[in-house]
Design a protein around this ligand. Structure first.
Ligand code: ADP
Ligand code: MG
Length: 542
């Protein structure tokens, strides 16, 4: 049977508007592709020029990743006798701070190479160009496979993520940017790799020597406010170019300062440069979430508020905006509080969003919880907010406003919220978003197989559970492997179409673990080590 193209074959083709449209679209796509290919070719040439020794070892084939701070290429190399090896070459932007680069490399060399943490093969440098050569792991696009994963695959994915997190946390590494694009997953080979230590920081007892010298945004800010010395290994500037407005997938790297006009928590600095609780530190302009009628506005302050002054204001000045949802001009003139907040907005833990200065490995566990939430609900990204306070309000819509406020108190932050919203039942929420609540016990075929690229919670989403309606599912592209090499596993796609298995009887343990990952209080949040021992993984071994 011939497929109908919707074109009458006896039509004078030369004048067919339909055909013209197809042709125009086709050639537009081709042009775009050619343009892209030419760009990649140029970038590869430039890389060979910048680091000429690469050409002795590698054949660079394609560009497979491009972020604000690095470009990643697929290359092949004849490293030892035997077949050619596939290698990922990460070219770091030349403006990255040398200590930052060295620390990223040290994380990979010391903690990497086992337990699902990416290792490193070589590192090349010429002048300020650094290229890290790593084993290449062909991987899936999270969004493309999200709704076709079986429940067992989700279990394995999370188990392997915790394995990687346990490993790095044992070394005192806080990754700070745990998200699907930094956790490579080859579904066919069941291989996993945590990558990208470009934002990593050390715990107070970190075993990664160079992380002790890596400065967070907060420390840099403090240093620049104090006009004290910052580590400068050479003349390369500390800050990279200010990135274009970053989206959900993007990252705010530690070395880049973005203007945070609407989230200004202030802290006071002591004479010795130590951070002190700010006396009166009101910060944020009210951020509105959802519809006008049902908006939640939030405002965060340090808890130990004494009605005194901030460093940049005359000591005698007090104001009346405390505990209101306004920010007065006195408070606006106060210095900002700074705390590490690098990472990707939708994955930031409450203590990051509220600029808590003492952040631990628990922030990675929160991010893992957000990934798990996506896997259980079939929604990615789960949260999408344009600023930290909106993100905080979005967290409240899931975890409850009272609970969030209570938890924030434990780490010294006081949150004002204009409206009380209840915590949601995680199972009901995920089942509803997946299109599978108690009234419809099975996933319907039209929902299955369509990974939704619509965030579950966006700024347009009402905060009420009842209003977390299913947005139109996105198209399942089917092409889930990263392309760029002729051997990509395209033949594997069919067998991965959709897998309902296990989704109609998700055990309570899954939601119990999710609840423990999305614990608003970092002190009681589950650790990676404990997560691996959780009953959800009872029949799985390390
Ligand atoms: P960035 O700091 O720019 O985010 P990443 O280290 O996260 O850099 O790499 C960007 C992308 O490059 C990853 O999301 C992944 O798609 C790809 N990538 C990185 N390392 C590897 C690797 N070892 N094997 C295969 N792909 C990789
Ligand atoms: Mg990355």
């Amino acid at each position: 049977m011939e497929a109908s193209l919707g074109i009458q074959m006896d039509e004078p083709m030369a004048f067919s508007p339909q055909r013209d449209r197809f042709q125009a679209e086709g050639s537009l796509k081709k042009n775009e592709q050619n343009f892209k290919l030419a760009g990649v070719k140029k970038d590869i040439e430039k890389l060979y020029e910048a680091v000429p020794q690469l050409s002795n070892v590698f054949k660079i084939k394609d560009k497979i990743g491009e972020g604000t701070f690095s470009s990643v290429y697929l290359a092949t190399a004849q490293l030892q006798v035997g077949p050619e090896e596939k290698i990922a070459l990460k070219h770091l932007i030349p403006t990255s701070h040398p200590i930052r680069i060295a620390a990223e490399l040290q994380c990979l060399t010391v903690a990497g190479g086992q337990d699902n943490v990416m290792g490193v093969k070589y590192c090349f440098r010429k002048n300020d160009h650094v290229v890290i050569a790593m084993p290449y792991l062909e991987h899936e696009s999270f969004l493309d496979i999200l709704n076709s994963l079986s429940f067992q695959e989700v279990r394995e994915y999370m188990f392997n993520l915790f394995k990687a997190l346990k490993r790095i946390h044992q070394f005192g590494i806080v990754h700070r940017d745990v998200k699907p694009s930094n956790f490579l997953y080859n579904r066919h080979l069941k291989k996993y790799a945590l990558v990208d230590f470009g934002l990593a920081q050390g715990t107070h007892d970190t075993k990664i020597e160079l992380l002790k010298f890596v400065q967070s945004e907060a420390q840099q800010e403090r240093c620049s406010q104090n006009k004290s010395h910052i580590i400068t290994g050479n003349k390369i500037p500390l800050s990279g170019p200010v990135p274009k407005e970053l989206d959900q997938q993007s990252t705010t790297k530690a070395s880049v300062k973005r203007p945070y006009t609407n989230a200004q928590i202030q802290i006071k600095q002591g004479k010795d440069g130590k951070l002190m609780k700010q006396s009166k530190t009101v910060d944020v302009l009210s951020r509105k979430l959802a519809t006008k009628k049902k908006a939640i506005s939030t405002k965060v302050m340090n808890s130990a508020v004494m009605r005194k002054t901030a460093s940049s204001c005359p000591a005698s000045l007090t104001c009346d905006c405390y505990a209101t949802d306004k920010v007065c001009s006195i408070c606006l003139s106060r210095r900002q509080q700074v705390a590490p907040r690098a990472g990707t907005p939708g994955f930031r833990a409450p203590e990051v969003l509220t600029k808590c200065p003492d952040q631990t490995t628990a922030i990675d566990m929160w991010s893992a919880g957000v990934i798990f939430l996506s896997l259980l609900s079939g929604r990615y990204p789960f949260y999408k907010a344009s600023d930290d306070l909106t993100a905080l309000a979005q967290i409240m819509t899931i975890r409850g406003s009272r609970e969030t406020i209570q938890a924030a108190k434990t780490f010294g932050k006081s949150i004002l919220c204009s409206k009380e919203v209840p915590a949601q039942d995680l199972r009901k929420l995920c089942e509803r978003l997946r299109g599978m609540d108690s009234s419809t016990p099975k996933l319907t075929s039209d929902i299955q197989g369509h990974a939704s690229h619509q965030p579950a919670i966006s700024e347009k989403t009402d905060h009420k559970a009842s209003c977390l309606v299913q947005t139109p599912p996105g198209q399942y592209s089917g092409n889930s492997f990263k392309k760029g090499d002729s051997n990509s596993c395209e033949h594997c796609f069919d067998e991965y179409n959709t897998n309902l298995e296990g989704w109609n009887e998700v055990p309570d343990e899954a939601y119990d673990l999710l609840d423990k990952l999305l614990d608003l209080n970092p002190a009681s949040r589950i650790t990676a080590e404990a997560a691996l021992l959780h009953p959800f993984f009872k029949d799985m071994s390390l």
